[in-house]
Ligand binder design. Structure first.
Ligand code: SAM
Length: 311
């Protein structure tokens, strides 16, 4: 009988060695002065990247939303860096100080409490000013709840709109939902536990039977993704006592056949034909646009004819 425990031990030994070599390589790469936007885990600490560790370990200064929170993350990985708070209340005052440190030749890293800085988190103005000052700005990409939710929701991923947090007040929230209603994209929202039920109820009213999803506690122990119409999800999350972190997604509106132009279909068909057979491309484009297959088929034939006749 095979000893799987032994195999696992061998595999993790090999992985450890490779990861160590990769990390050592990152640690040796120069870290020029500039601003580094470093993504950190949204729950599972193992999601930190080797490059993130190498940048954070060598940064001259780390600006963090909540230094106590970030100190825990850094200590977990044995990183003893200088931390300074950078949040919406002190940002205007702190920005010139951070830029001065870069000017003095330091690599300054920006991290948020979780995920990717600037994504519903501070940093946008700092990046603008760093660029205006001619400094190098480098993104060290990694986890973000928006993309983790989008990729696991089962909703279209070709076009999406990240809308961040909705306004907390009902009237303004509904107005914003109405504004976003015609956008032909999957909509991604961040929402707090206490407002989730009210938001889903508003979505049920405004978005009707569109497909939607609620991603909860991504990468954490009680991770889940619920799928359904906004009304079904509103029933499932009908409580103000909810706990956890949530992303809400709403699929694009079904296009009215008459509203879909031939140009849009042809453009998508050209893309699809690069990866799929004629038959499969016609089927998937017809499904994506919710239009008759025969219409896409005819446009495809015309396209082929045009390509054949082209000099
Ligand atoms: N910068 C972060 C990112 O890249 O995802 C987002 C920061 S924003 C202040 C916090 C919100 O992100 C939460 O209220 C929640 O909507 C969402 N979020 C963060 N972590 C999450 C997780 N593990 N699961 C689901 N949603 C999460």
């Amino acid at each position: 009988m095979q000893d799987h425990r032994h195999d696992d031990q061998d595999a993790s030994g090999r992985l450890l060695q490779r990861a160590q070599t990769a990390l050592a390589g990152e640690m040796e790469r120069p870290l020029p002065a500039g601003l580094y936007l470093v993504a950190t885990p949204i729950g599972n600490l193992a999601d930190i990247s080797l490059r993130a560790l190498a940048v954070l370990a060598r940064a001259g200064l780390i600006a963090a939303e909540d230094t106590r929170h970030s100190r825990k993350l850094l200590s977990h990985f044995g990183i003893k860096a200088e931390l300074t708070p950078y949040h919406e209340h002190n940002a205007a005052k702190e920005r010139p100080r951070l830029l001065a440190r870069i000017r003095a030749g330091f690599a300054v890293a920006l991290i948020s409490d979780a995920g990717t800085p600037l994504i519903s988190d501070p940093g946008y103005k700092l990046v603008r000013e760093a660029l205006e000052a001619g400094f190098q700005v480098t993104s060290v990409p990694g986890p973000s709840a928006a993309l983790a939710a989008l990729t696991s929701a089962g909703l279209p991923t070709d076009t999406f709109l990240f809308a961040g947090f909705l306004p907390p007040k009902g009237g303004q929230r509904r107005k914003r939902l109405e504004e976003l209603k015609p956008v032909p994209a999957t909509l991604i929202f961040y929402e707090t536990a206490s407002r989730l039920a009210a938001t889903l109820a508003d979505m049920a009213e405004i978005y009707g039977a569109r497909e939607a999803a609620v991603a909860k506690e991504l990468t954490k122990l009680h991770e889940s993704v619920a799928r359904g119409t906004p009304a079904e999800l509103a029933m499932a999350f009908d409580s103000t006592e909810l706990k956890g972190e949530f992303v809400v997604l709403v699929g694009p509106p079904a296009p009215d056949e008459a509203e879909v132009g031939d140009e849009a279909i042809v453009a998508r068909l050209k893309q699809a034909l690069k990866q799929e057979s004629f038959r499969d491309a016609v089927r998937s484009v017809a499904e994506d646009f919710k239009v008759k297959r025969s219409r896409v088929y005819d446009l495809g034939l015309a396209l082929e004819r045009k390509d054949r006749d082209a000099p």
